[in-house]
Design a binder for this molecule. Sequence first.
Ligand code: CP3
Length: 357
Amino acid sequence: SSRIPSRTPARRDLAQAPLLVAARGGRPSRLPVWFMRQAGRSLPEYRALREGVPMLKSCFDPEMLAEITLQPVRRHGVDAAILYSDIVVPLYAAGVDIDIVPGTGPVVASPVRTAQDVAALPPLHPEQVSAVADGVRLLVDRLGETPLIGFAGAPFTLASYLIEGGPSRTFEHTKALMHSEPDLWHALAGKLADLALAFLRAQLDAGVDAVQLFDSWAGALSLREYREYVLPHSAKVFSGIEDYDVPRIHFGVGTGELLTAMRDAGADVVGVDWRIPLDEAVRRLTAAGEPAPAVQGNLDPALLGAPWPVIEAEVRRIAAEGRVAAGHIFNLGHGVPPGTDPAVLTRVVELVHELEP
Ligand code: CP3
């Protein structure tokens, strides 16, 4: 489209954007808030736009991905946009036979389990995600003073879909491969780190203001497994973007035992799910005398369906517990459930903005 800026627009002055100030451990003018999965099925305007368009097709349409990214910013007044895309987009772009099945999630045509499978995994060339970069440029142009968060799936979470062939609760094939064929595991995770890195660098070159690495399922691992099999690969992703001066957020579900290791991988902001309070997360993160990092979280998404007084009390508790962190970005402990009433999300944003940062 001729309306896509051909070069990355000059970086907006976001020095005072609450999300970026909090991520760097400064004092923001207000407590920043955004929601994982804020773009998506909870919004009628999203369902209308996506009608008849497959998920992975929508992710390669710059105008559509930009519009879907903007929808929750307009509606809720959140302090960040998160790029509408998916963790499997770079795999698909590189030529892996993968699809997103509505109601299920990513499904791989032939699971990756042998040395031949790993060797056949293609690298990602930036031009294969040029449509995503075009969408980012449109967004940077249209977002004004709201920062744009780019993201990628972390090597472990990506590997789990490839090895299992689809979503899993037990990750049995993944863990078996890790322990029985560590060299093959490291070869696969190393390739996925390169893929995630190439995807993030394409987004950063186009102008995203922060990045989040989603290791959604890392909580299935022991700390020993995480440090040995996963941390080096996620660290490679973070260190590969060190030349960009943007905050790095690292998130997983059920990762209370992994928080320090996930920080050690190279994160400025550690995502916390609802299972431990933010002040406890900060205690764990500073136990060895390290400076307190910024944290992100951690309202239980299941409570978005509860009566408002329940939600209000939880929001106030979380904001109070987050004050012991170097910085706090208010969020859910995981993604917005599809059936959430969007008016509740707007009300949460209004309440968070009334609270002392
Ligand atoms: O608003 C946002 O957060 C930005 C968009 C976003 C999507 N996927 C869009 C999406 C982001 C950040 C993701 C990341 C993602 N994708 C993760 C990590 C985050 C997490 O939830 O832990 C994971 C594990 C995936 C894989 C994936 N893609 C799943 C499990 C699903 C849900 C399947 C379903 O239908 O229940 C998807 C599909 C998906 N990704 C949708 C959206 C809006 C729903 C597709 C639809 O509307 O039909």
